[in-house]
Design a protein around this ligand. Structure first.
Ligand SMILES: C[S@@+](CC[C@H](N)C(=O)[O-])C[C@H]1O[C@@H](n2cnc3c(N)ncnc32)[C@H](O)[C@@H]1O
Length: 252
């Protein structure tokens, strides 16, 4: 398990900043899936430092509830991502602090793989969603992993990442057992671009990905040295974009 109260909260904003254009693509993608009425009540489950919550409120009218177990991540969200229609709540997927049938949509953006009890989290989502509600699950799947360009500098990173995620069909089965109807396939969304090799190094060096919490110190040191050298040698090389998987789950 990764503790966001330990180190990750300090580097998350620097290492995982989202361009406004990326946020726009994500909001358009979500808008195409959620119920058409406005306003919508949205749950951002595992909302972190609030990268998405204000945009969700602007796009769907609010209220938006950012539920997050890490006190430090929530603290940053409260100070840097406040919005009149957003409320940040202490809670977790396994005990969502919201009433039954109170939400129209729920976003889990790279939070699902952290849930210790995923089946219970999915049952909680069914409880808080209204009939016709939608879950937007942005995740990775161990059998459909993207080929991140920086894996080459850290020999165990790809395996570590794959071990953090479930295979796609296992997620679909868990969702169906909880009472959700999963799409047959994930959508592949092109929202974020890595930019140049130098820009990528400057972002990744913050170690704001939980992958790095699981790598041995010597691999981190040699990997970041090699990455820095490659970025210095070829700073303006544009990296290929990598699509992100989004699985939509519907509550009947
Ligand atoms: C990779 S961060 C993503 C944060 C945010 N969704 C974003 O995209 O910026 C994962 C978040 O999931 C949270 N998390 C961990 N365990 C959780 C749980 N059981 N229920 C809800 N959130 C959890 C972590 O504290 C962390 O803030």
């Amino acid at each position: 398990m990764v503790d966001y109260d330990d180190r990750l909260h300090r580097v998350y904003a620097a290492g995982r900043a989202l361009e406004p254009s990326s946020l726009t693509v994500w909001m358009q993608t979500f808008a195409a899936e959620v119920p058409a009425k406005r306003p919508l009540t949205v749950l951002d489950l595992g909302s972190g430092i609030g990268r998405f919550t204000p945009a969700l409120a602007d796009t769907f009218g609010g209220p938006v509830y950012g539920v997050e177990p890490s006190a430090r991540m929530r603290e940053i969200a409260t100070t840097t991502a406040s919005h009149p229609n957003v409320t940040y709540l202490d809670g977790s997927a396994e005990a969502i602090p919201l009433p039954d049938a109170s939400c129209d949509a729920a976003l889990m953006f790279l939070s699902f793989h952290h849930f210790p009890d995923k089946a219970r989290g999915l049952r909680e989502l069914v409880r808080v969603l209204r009939p016709g509600g939608v879950v937007l699950l942005r995740s990775q799947f161990s059998d459909r992993m993207p080929e991140l360009h920086w894996y080459r500098y850290f020999p165990s990173a790809r395996t570590v990442d794959a071990e953090m995620y479930l295979p796609f069909e296992e997620v679909r089965t868990l969702a169906a057992e909880a009472g959700l109807v999963p799409a047959a396939e994930p959508q592949w969304i092109q929202a974020e671009t890595p930019g140049t090799l130098r820009a990528s190094y400057e972002r990744v060096k913050h170690r704001a990905y939980s992958t790095f919490e699981h790598l041995p110190t010597d691999e981190l040191e040699s990997g970041f040295t090699a990455f820095e050298e490659a970025a210095a040698a070829d700073p303006d090389r544009e990296l290929p974009p990598i699509p992100a998987a989004l699985l939509v789950l519907r509550r009947p």
